[in-house]
Design a protein around this ligand. Structure first.
Ligand code: FAD
Ligand code: NAG
Ligand code: NAG
Length: 397
């Protein structure tokens, strides 16, 4: 079976505008009614377990995303309740042929910044309603344990489910209230990537609805071309309905460290040193910190309000700073050894001495850290822009 990338999925703004103009003109040129009424009525005949919504409130919701910069109004929202709901809808659109100009976009948690999960006049598939697969952890048989999840599942839920078996996914994003399909369509990058690769390198198998409405499994060895196209494919090669995510034993605690640099070369030298050392840390990331509108203070309070070192009065003098963020995973009985090891690694680094912040938190608190600062920021009336500035960083990969 050969799979071709198709233009059915999603849209990029300029193309979309073109399509819209063509659609509009062809509507006038042919029968106006055909465009506005025939397509929805043919969709309404589809045999679905879930449903299609033409309701204004749903349409408006699906025309927005986290970035809040682009708004494309779709024609309908599909709330799938089975994989065949998605397959039937796409097959139907495929059979309409090119002249329908109808586009489809999968929507995960809608945390895109530039309308990637939107489609003007098309159909948005609300992946979070696809709860057809129970999350299923497999600890035996395979070389490595894994969890099977729905494409619309949130990473935070996958974390909690895996932890019930003492296991955890290996590679993360900083923020966990995103869907599997959404991050696997990009890459899924955080401080574990230097060790395990991005999230797309930690997937064993996918179930995909292709652009022609077929349901197929793919992996490195089966339909490999489709597998590698969909991973990081920006939603353009098919809809991810299920994913098999590799797991590893979960630690209980995390030693979490942040240090600041004003010198960029010193900062990157230290990052490179730590990355090349075997087993120094489990997580290495870097941020650029621009001292604007109290952001620096916010950065500190989001780290740990109880930390006595908070009292240290460090002044940046308006300079851009670089923050090296490190984490070492451990279990309670290893505390002393881990402390010694961390101390030894830190003693070789060239950060500004008065800026060492360290704390110990649970593994879940560490992984869900951005959500905690998001809640704090929102409660203080902070904007999305603040959060994104906070998120601006140089990845250590
Ligand atoms: C606060 C915040 C923090 C972030 N932190 C990180 C980070 O640390 N690391 C990182 O790598 N990224 C990060 N991101 C970016 C994030 O990974 C992407 O924006 C991701 O696409 C969002 O997932 P979502 O579920 O909201 O997807 P959506 O925004 O809904 O969709 C994103 C894209 O994926 C497609 N898509 C969605 N679901 C599917 C599916 N099931 N099958 C096929 N295609 C699909 C959509 O059509 C769209 O093109 C962050 C974003 C925010 C807002
Ligand atoms: C895909 O794989 C899953 C799990 O291995 C299996 O249950 C399912 O039937 C497969 N689907 C197809 C279309 O082959
Ligand atoms: C941020 O920069 C301003 C000068 O632009 C300075 O007065 C302030 O002390 C700085 N804040 C911190 C926390 O360093």
């Amino acid at each position: 079976m050969k799979h071709h990338p198709i233009s059915l999925f999603g849209q990029h703004n300029i193309f979309f505008l073109k399509f819209f103009i063509i659609l509009f003109l062809s509507c006038i040129a042919t029968r106006f009614n055909f465009c506005l009424s025939n397509i929805p009525s043919s969709l309404k005949t589809l045999p679905l377990v879930g449903h299609l919504s033409f309701d204004e409130l749903s349409l408006t919701k699906a025309s927005r995303d986290f970035g809040n910069r682009y708004q494309y109004h779709p024609m309908a929202i599909l709330y799938p309740n089975s994989v065949s709901d998605i397959a039937n809808t796409i097959k139907h659109i495929w059979n309409m042929g090119h002249s329908s100009h109808l586009t489809v976009a999968a929507r995960g948690h809608g945390h895109s910044l530039s309308g990637q999960a939107q489609t003007h006049g098309g159909i948005v598939i609300n992946m979070e309603s696809l709860k057809v697969y129970e999350m299923n952890v497999d600890v035996i048989g395979n070389d490595s344990p894994y969890i099977d999840v729905s494409g619309g599942e949130l990473w935070i839920n996958i974390l909690h489910e895996s932890l019930r078996y003492g296991l955890t996914p290996r590679s993360w994003t900083d923020y966990l209230h995103l869907t599997v399909g959404g991050t696997l369509s990009n890459a899924g990058v955080s401080g574990q990537a230097f060790k395990h690769g991005p999230q797309i390198s930690n997937v064993q198998q996918l179930e995909i609805v292709t652009g022609t409405g077929e349901v197929v499994n793919c992996s490195k060895d089966q339909n490999g071309e489709l597998f590698h196209s969909v991973l990081g494919g920006l939603g353009q090669f098919g809809i991810i309905t299920r994913a098999r995510i590799l797991l590893e034993p979960a630690p209980s605690m995390v030693k979490w460290i942040r240090v600041l640099y004003s010198d960029f070369t010193a900062f990157t030298n230290d990052q490179e040193r730590l990355i090349s050392e075997e087993n120094a840390f489990d997580y290495i990331e870097g941020f650029v910190i621009i001292n604007r509108t109290g952001l620096l203070n916010n950065w500190r309070s989001s780290f740990n309000p109880q930390d006595p070192l908070q009292a240290t009065h460090f002044k940046s003098d308006g300079k851009t700073l670089f923050c090296l963020e490190l984490a070492k995973y451990f279990n309670f009985q290893e505390m002393d050894i881990v402390n010694q090891e961390v101390e030894r690694h830190l003693s070789h680094l060239n950060y500004i001495q008065s800026t060492l912040f360290q704390t110990e938190v649970t593994y879940v608190e560490f992984l869900d850290r951005v959500h905690v600062s998001e809640i704090k920021l929102r409660s203080k009336g902070g904007t999305i822009e603040h959060l994104l500035l906070f998120q601006m960083k140089i990845f250590s990969t």
